[in-house]
Design a protein around this ligand. Structure first.
Ligand code: PHE
Length: 463
């Protein structure tokens, strides 16, 4: 393993892989992937997803690593350093950082819910709820004002403390500890799920290829999910790239991170859907799955249900934590490189983001709730473009901004940066043999990735 003596970078390739995999593995893997995989044709969707993950997502990750390590800068200046003649490319970096900020705001809302559910499992509150009361329980909690805000702040404090610890002693150390724990917890959940009677139906739902369900919308969802899940497009990986050891093999590192992210997504599906089907529940995604369906599943486990619920919500909280860390780090690193102390930078961003996050939490709700006795958040009725603040943020960060940023980044990389510089950085100044790979890689960078991203973008906008 390589090592890095500089104070501001990761200490080893292993640490770098854990930190970046920590960023990649998050709520997206656990609550979004299994659902869209089943919905759009199981095995059929998986084939398309594998293509996007390895040929577009991973290519983008390598590109961001190259931009970061070559420039040794945070996103905005990275562009200006690599292209001093056209400094307007800096705007791409800026857009990436704005995207990070908005993702962090909405991510904190969901992370706060998760932390609350971890707490409620641990203290036994969750197990005392009647089996048909979870929908109401989640709704009452999420639409209230104080409790979600308290958990948002608590979660942000954990994230903040890791960032203040620094790159090696904070991010790298925590990721090296948490990622293996996460894998072990996930495997425990998989074993439990697969050994339930009737589990095979869930396995079939996830993996049996059904090409009739693989619609155009499914293909778009696959690419969107690949980008979001690998945390690429918005500059997080540029920052982590600037921390990579100088002799780190970017291709290998990216490959490990991508594999890790992919398998954890698949394992999450195996941990969740067989259990959901075994309990006769409907497969869904998002909040409905995690906070309404899964608690029912855990309760059906009997006495051990509380243990599994606690393990699951801990797992989800940890996965969310390492992703939130990377988002806060990207923003902190930018201010830090501009001369602000790490502590002050992290504090400033945290204070700003917590307001937006709490506003989004106040605005959580569902139009259908008006027809039933369920309530909405106190700010649900404030609308931007006919959406609540929560929905607006969700739409911006889930559909539009990541592919826009990813598209601009790859254009910069493939058409503005010099090919020699890219190959020099990928081969560690000629010391790593990359052979014909560079021809293939460059083709993906220049043609395949931009075209695919453009299609997703246009389709997403006109839909
Ligand atoms: N990759 C994370 C997930 O799957 C989300 C994320 C996106 C994190 C962008 C950082 C940057 O949940």
């Amino acid at each position: 393993m390589t090592s890095n003596t500089s104070k501001t970078g990761f200490n080893s390739s292993f640490g770098a892989i854990m930190a970046a995999a920590g960023s990649a593995v998050g709520l997206g893997n656990i609550w979004r992937f299994p659902y869209i995989c089943g919905k759009y044709g199981g095995g059929a969707f998986l084939l398309v997803y594998i293509f996007f993950v390895f040929f577009i997502g991973m290519v983008l990750m390598m590109s961001e690593f190259v931009i970061g390590r070559r420039s040794k800068e945070a996103p905005i200046r990275a562009y200006a350093t690599l292209c001093p003649k056209h400094t307007s490319w800096k705007l791409v970096g800026l857009l990436g950082l704005i995207t990070c900020f908005l993702i962090l705001a909405i991510y904190l809302v969901i992370s706060g819910w998760t932390l609350n559910y971890f707490w409620e499992s641990l203290t036994g509150t969750l197990s005392s709820i009647p089996i048909n009361g979870f929908k109401l329980h989640f709704n009452t909690f999420a639409s209230s004002a104080v409790r979600p805000a308290v958990f948002i702040v608590a979660f942000l404090i954990f994230t903040f403390l890791v960032i203040v610890g620094g790159v090696q002693k904070g991010i790298e150390r925590v990721s090296k500890l948490l990622m293996p724990i996460l894998v072990v917890l996930l495997i425990v959940m998989c074993v439990r799920s697969l050994t339930l009677e009737g589990a095979s139906e869930g396995v079939a739902y996830l993996f049996n290829p059904d090409f009739t369900k693989l619609t155009g919308e499914g293909v778009l969802a696959a690419l969107g999910q690949a980008l979001f899940s690998l945390s690429v497009g918005m500059g997080v990986m540029i920052v982590y790239g600037s921390y990579l050891p100088v002799d780190d093999n970017i291709l290998k590192t990216s490959m490990w991170i991508t594999l890790c992210d992919f398998f954890i997504a698949v394992l999450s599906g195996v941990a969740i859907f067989p259990a959901v089907f075994a309990c006769g529940q409907e497969p869904t995604g998002g909040p409905g799955l995690v906070y309404e369906v899964l608690p029912v599943v855990f309760q059906s486990f009997g006495g051990l249900g509380t243990v599994f619920a606690t393990v699951f919500f801990l797992l989800l909280s940890l996965a969310a934590l390492t992703s939130a860390i990377s988002l806060l780090e990207a923003l902190t690193a930018w201010l830090n490189k501009n001369g602000m102390r790490r502590f002050s930078a992290a504090l400033l961003i945290s204070v700003l983001v917590v307001f937006l996050s709490i506003a989004a939490s106040f605005a959580y709700g569902d139009a259908d709730n008006a027809k039933t006795s369920l309530s909405n958040g106190i700010w649900y009725d404030i609308k931007i473009a006919e959406m609540s603040i929560y929905e607006f943020l969700d739409k911006l960060t889930g559909t539009y901004l990541p592919p826009i940023c990813a598209f601009l980044t790859i254009i910069f990389f493939g058409w503005v940066m010099k090919k020699e510089d890219i190959m020099d950085e990928l081969s560690n100044h000629g010391t790593v043999k990359i052979g014909y790979f560079n021809v293939f890689y460059y083709f993906l960078v220049r043609f395949v990735a931009p075209v695919a991203l453009l299609v997703v973008l246009v389709a997403g906008i006109i839909k």
